[in-house]
Each structure stands twice: as C-alpha cells, then as structure tokens.
Design a protein around this ligand. Sequence first.
Ligand code: ZN
Length: 152
Amino acid sequence: MQRSRAQTRFKISTKSRLSVRDITSQVHAAVPENMTGMATVFVEHTTAAVTVNECEKRLQSDFETALDGVINNTGWQHDELDGNADSHIRAMLIGASETIPIDSGELATGTWQSVLLIECDGPRTRTVSVTITPVANDQSSSMTWAQHLNTS
Ligand code: ZN
C-alpha cells in the first residue's frame, strides 16, 4: 500500500498470539534505489513491536518463550477492558519502531541482523510503515532526494 513516495505501508498477517516475523524484505522493498539516509520502520499498533536481531528459527522460538515468561498473563487492570494487558506490556518493552541506516539503496545492517515484527496479541493482520529520510547534502548518491521525487 503506497501512501506517498517517502512513506510506504505494508500489511503482514501473523498466525499465533506470540510470534516473530522477518520483515526485512518488505522494508528493503520500500527503500528507493541509490538513496542514502535512514528508514524508520514503525508498527501502527499497541500490541505489536519492531526490533532488529538475528532471524534464526531456534532463537525466534526462544524469544517467544522468553516473552511469554517475562510478563504474567493475568492480574492486570487493563484486562477489565479487553483482556490483553500482557500483550500491551510486551509490546511497550520492545518498542514500536526501529531506525535503520540506508547506504546507496541497501539496508546497512550487520551480517546477522534482520528486521523483525514481534506479534504480541495475534493472530492479526498488522500494518507497518517505512518512512524514508534522506541524508542532507548526500554527495555519494547519484540522485538528490528532490530529483528522486520528480523522477519516480
Ligand atoms: Zn488492550
């Protein structure tokens, strides 16, 4: 879903209450060619989160187990409303966004780093935005941001 050239949104469906999903390819797809700057990845929800870490199957499972164990599932005041205080608390501890450096149209992440959506109250369909901020006076890029907006 395209909102503007500087901001892209995509949806991702999750299959269980607590889960980790790799969204690196969707974030990369939102980065303009040759652009150098920053990408802010933001999840538009109060019971899901975004982080950067290794996308390894056993680690994903371990993180889900840790998240489940670190917060009690019952006894919260918000549960009087909709029974998911633990989901909100898990999401707040992780955070709703990450900022990722971009170098010449590529995510400048480390070898083992992936962008991960953390579902804390699934299964649901989540909306993630990627907002692109170019570096001012970017002389390494073949195209200025203004030129990019005019030509793409
Ligand atoms: Zn709630």
